[in-house]
Design a protein around this ligand. Structure first.
Ligand code: S3P
Length: 164
């Protein structure tokens, strides 16, 4: 399994879908799966149950996918590696790729985003603070891909996956 990790807005979902389409791999977008299982949007889950419960649901879903599906692309939410157990699983059961995009690009991309619960109320400040807090969160990845250039990122992931 190729697992994509990285900051919110880094391009993980876009890259996951591209890899799935161009290489015929199944794509498991964890946020989409959690939302579908709960029959609620991610925002609704945060509002109804809070972040801690969301993290549990997120972690359980990642663990399930990694145990059941050996081949494909797993797209994880930006906060998924906050749990040490999830970091451990991603490091041992997947080829983990940090999709890296500089903060300036992310600020530009998410300027008008209204779907991400952690960014509500002062998007610039919240993104900047989170980016700072999570500076080293993705360091455990096996490799990196350039989230500002999806064509390049695709080649980077496949080339590194095939030779690792
Ligand atoms: C989160 C990122 C989101 C989603 C949730 C929490 C985070 O996914 O899982 O809103 O903590 O950074 P994206 O990385 O796709 O934005």
């Amino acid at each position: 399994m190729i697992a994509l990790i990285g900051f919110t807005g880094a391009g993980k979902s876009t890259l996951g879908k591209l890899l799935a389409r161009n290489y015929g791999l199944p794509c498991y977008d964890n946020d989409e799966i959690v939302a579908k299982n709960m029959k609620m949007s991610i925002s609704e889950i945060f509002t109804a149950y809070g972040e801690v419960r969301f993290r549990e649901l997120e972690a359980a879903s990642i663990a399930r996918i990694l145990h059941q599906s050996p081949l494909g692309v797993l797209v994880t939410g930006g906060g998924a590696p906050l749990l040490p157990e999830t970091r451990q699983l991603l490091a041992s059961k997947a080829f983990t790729v940090h999709v890296y995009t500089p903060l300036a690009d992310i600020l530009h991309r998410l300027e008008f985003d209204s779907t991400r619960p952690l960014l509500q109320g002062g998007i610039q400040e919240r993104l900047t603070k989170l980016y700072d807090e999570r500076e080293h969160l993705y360091d455990f990845a096996h490799t990196m891909a350039d989230g500002t250039n999806m064509r390049l990122a695709e080649v980077q992931v496949m080339a590194k996956w095939m030779t690792h």
